[in-house]
Design a protein around this ligand. Sequence first.
Ligand code: OXD
Ligand code: MN
Length: 593
Amino acid sequence: MTSNKYILNWIDEMAAMCGPDKIVWIDGSDAQRDALREEACSTGEMIKLNQDLLPGCYLHKTAVNDVARVEGRTFICTKTKEDAGNINNWMEPSECYSKLSKLYKNSMKGRTMYVIPYSMGIVGSDFAKYGIELTDSIYVVLNMLIMTRVGNDVLDAIGDSADYIKGLHSKADLDEANRYIVHFPEDNTIWSVNSGYGGNVLLGKKCFALRIASFLGRKEGWMAEHMLILGVEYPNGDIKYVTAAFPSACGKTNLAMLIPPVSYREKGYKVWTVGDDIAWLRIGKDGRLWAMNPENGFFGVAPGTNEKSNPNALATTREGAIFTNVCHNLENNTVWWEGLDKNPPHNAENWRGEIWDYTKYDKADKVGTSGAHPNSRFTAKATNCPCLSKEFNNPAGVPVSAIVFGGRRAKTAPLVYQSTSWQNGTFVGSIMASETTAAASGAVGVVRRDPMAMRPFVGYNMGDYWAHWLNMGRLIPHAPKIFHVNWFRTDDEGNFIWPGFGDNLRVLEWILARCDGKVGADITPIGYVPKAEDINIEGLDITVDTIKELLSVDKEAWLADVKNIREFYALVGDRVPDTLYDELDALEARLSD
Ligand code: OXD
Ligand code: MN
């Protein structure tokens, strides 16, 4: 344990409020983990799956009303509302502490309070940051053991310091009306109450590694971003690293674990995964930007994951994983989800725990009729991933050649384009957006602006966040080049034109060739676009004309977008940097030419 008085006093205070029957310190040992698994199975909190087919794997179901992040109930509690900005919900800190204290009062009566010391990043390294999560949920403990580095060495690394993130989680009554996920970035504190869903309760992930860390990054001169990190290995053994920010449900995990097309594999190309969700970026001694993944596992969306779409992710889940809200196959005590294969189990329980009739499945009502919830998840150890980068445990991370932004745009954004500078690239990130598709919602073309894929995750004012991006560009001597991709352009019938998945490597190849100055491009009003013949289509059922179509820039559509961007900037408010308005004006002028 520890003699750190900051930690001990804080735990005393939280325990006095929550009133647990006992307090248990998590030491990171297998023996303690195994005992907790047993206990969770004995109470029904977890189900032990078929250990021959899925060794060390368990199934958990959250409450039916508690299956996703709750943006509407997520707050940034800075002293002033302006510092949280218009995009975040805000509550005055003392009001919030007092309101939530009432919800926590004796919420752990009859329960155990677990103390989880965890590290984001390699324990003891310069890049690591530490947290302690207090929780009344064994499910949270077992997930944190996979997603972060947990143990007594974290307490040793914190030593006598007060420098750690204080996280308090209680399931309380799982009362939706009183569910709160709140952040006090000025106090290094996170409070989460009345939820049991991962994104709301695994406090190391979105709450710490993005919201609190983005705040710290601004203060300390680094960046916390909603980005995957991957390495492309060339036949000569060189590896170049890319980070990419896409909104949820745009394929970050798939891109991070991409399998190269056959013709590339034959030549010796490989792709290595460093991270699938979060990147912490710092300026290295060599003047380049370095990215490290602060997590230790993957909390991936299960539906759609299969042998074809992402065999690496699937392999990652075959041992020591926790499945949440997937379908329970009672035939062999394993799990199933829509898109795993074409053989839904005939004897199964759905994500709600009801007997499930696969013949009633209706795409138009996925939540109501599917076996697995559309947001059902696997929690899996990074070290299970067959394509895990050998740099995964390098405390310094990897040097970044390119930063890629992306969204789901049926028409507007071309397959790929390159910004003209870091400043222009920051602008490209700030106007990122994703459209809902007919398949997803029935309403095509509804644009949600999601700057840098950080709309739900910036721990302070979005305008200040953009200013921080611009500032970092001035500080990085050898900054990565910034690109934008769109895998989701559709033809007039609404079919995707670009094959996506492994073939996205063809686009990454162009991006990296641009970074090395090895390939030309055409300048357009939005930035540099490839010459169609420079996208390798060997082995693809696609012509150069199709690539031309994928790369075309429709000025009218972009001008309509500019209008929408102006409205969004106005919503972000008066801290939007003037430089970004200059970029927007210049874009509009180029489009109107
Ligand atoms: C997300 C996630 O919601 O990674 O972005 O879970
Ligand atoms: Mn994410």
